[in-house]
Design a protein around this ligand. Structure first.
Ligand code: NAP
Ligand code: ZN
Ligand code: ZN
Length: 347
């Protein structure tokens, strides 16, 4: 077994502390990856604080991982020692269900083995994520990362990037379409960059006036304050597609009302509480409300290659691991531009 250092929480109310644990010896298809950077996703906070229920403790969060391959299993063919590698939200899946066969492992019918707060294939061993020195992952669940882009800024693509890229692609967002992005955090700022790069006309919806200039720099054509009900009413019926990345309870009806006939609102944010939806927010314009979860391995690679070709990365604030607790508090206040990326050298 491989002695590994990390940062963990022991319960929903405890603070992060150093945590030593063991990773398996790499098998024939495995890679051993020394972690360079790991992003802080709001899902880390929801799960570390058990806001969705069923969290497994101690928990080492982190599913926006970029690192360097240090050891390669005897049958692994796609990577060699020294390569950069990415690991996202899951590290395995059943590989045989219809979703896995289609490359949609995130929707595995048995349930993917998530990178943390989950179990390994044996159904017993807890998985520990990227707030750690190294990780062992099957090469089939590992992504190629271009050396062209800085690893601190690439790490958030492994969740925030793919979670926004996948629905934009699935719903064919492109030129001539008016797209709204609600919530300018880690996911939202990537959604603006990606939708704009796909040729859509993008409008940012935010509760933070201070993010207006950034939104325009990221590629938004318009910026609308959601706290102003008149502003929302003025834009009713204008949008083809809306991506909602808000992490807390909010008025979904006000956002559905922005859609034109046959428009679609996709939820990617996961507020821990139920949201109220009035049927009349959907019925009169045959609107659609959908959800989307991260992306499969094939599409995640496509997204990373797309971002490398277009020089798209996440805007990050790099922090030492010792500041993870303070970073969580700042994410909760919306005080991050736009993702924290942990420098794992500091561990
Ligand atoms: P984040 O960086 O904290 O961004 C969330 C943004 O939502 C904030 O920056 C803020 O934007 C807005 N917001 C926060 N509280 C609000 C409130 N009470 N009312 C209205 N707006 C509010 O979080 P993230 O990492 O982007 O994640 C966003 C959500 O997506 C989380 O719930 C996370 O668990 C979920 N997620 C889902 C998937 C998936 O596969 N579907 C993957 C990753 C994450 P403004 O300041 O602009 O208002
Ligand atoms: Zn995430
Ligand atoms: Zn499956």
């Amino acid at each position: 077994m491989l002695a590994t250092r990390g940062y963990a929480v022991k319960s929903p109310s405890s603070k992060f502390e150093p945590f030593n644990f063991e990773r398996r010896e790499p098998g024939p298809n495995d890679l051993l990856i020394e972690i360079l950077h790991c992003g802080i996703c709001h899902s880390d906070i929801h799960q570390a604080r058990d806001e969705w229920g069923g969290s497994i403790f101690p928990m080492v969060p982190g599913h926006e991982i970029v690192g360097r391959v240090t050891r390669v299993g005897s049958d692994a063919k796609r990577f060699k020692a020294g390569d950069l590698a990415g690991v996202g939200c899951f590290i395995d899946s059943c590989r045989t269900c219809a979703s896995c066969k289609e490359g949609l492992e995130q929707y595995c019918e048995i349930g993917p083995n998530f990178t943390y707060n989950s179990r390994e294939k044996d159904g017993k061993t807890p998985t520990y994520g990227g707030y750690s020195s190294q990780i062992v992952v099957d090469e089939n669940y590992t992504l190629k990362v271009s050396p062209k882009l800085p690893t601190a800024n690439v790490a958030p693509l492994l969740c925030a990037g793919i979670t926004t890229y996948s629905p934009l692609r699935h719903f064919n967002v492109g030129p001539g379409q008016r797209v709204g992005v609600v919530g300018l955090g880690g996911l939202g700022h990537m959604a603006i960059k990606l939708a704009a790069s796909m040729g859509a006309e993008v409008t940012a919806f935010s509760t933070s006036k201070s993010k207006e200039q950034d939104a325009r720099r990221l590629g938004a054509h318009e910026f609308i304050m959601t706290k102003d009900p008149k502003a929302l009413a003025t834009h009713a019926g204008r949008f083809d597609f809306i991506l909602d990345s808000v992490s807390a309870p909010h008025d979904l009806n006000a956002h559905l009302n922005l859609l034109r006939r046959d428009g679609t609102l996709v939820m990617v944010g996961v507020p821990p509480k139920l949201l109220d939806i009035h049927a009349f927010s959907l019925i009169p314009k045959r609107r659609k409300l959908a959800g989307s979860m991260i992306g499969g391995i094939r599409e995640t690679q496509e997204m990373l290659d797309f971002c490398a070709a277009k020089n798209i990365t996440s805007d990050v604030e790099v922090i030492p691991i010792q500041q993870v607790e303070a970073a969580y508090e700042r994410v909760l206040k919306g005080d991050v531009r736009y993702r924290f990326s942990i420098d794992m050298k500091t561990l």
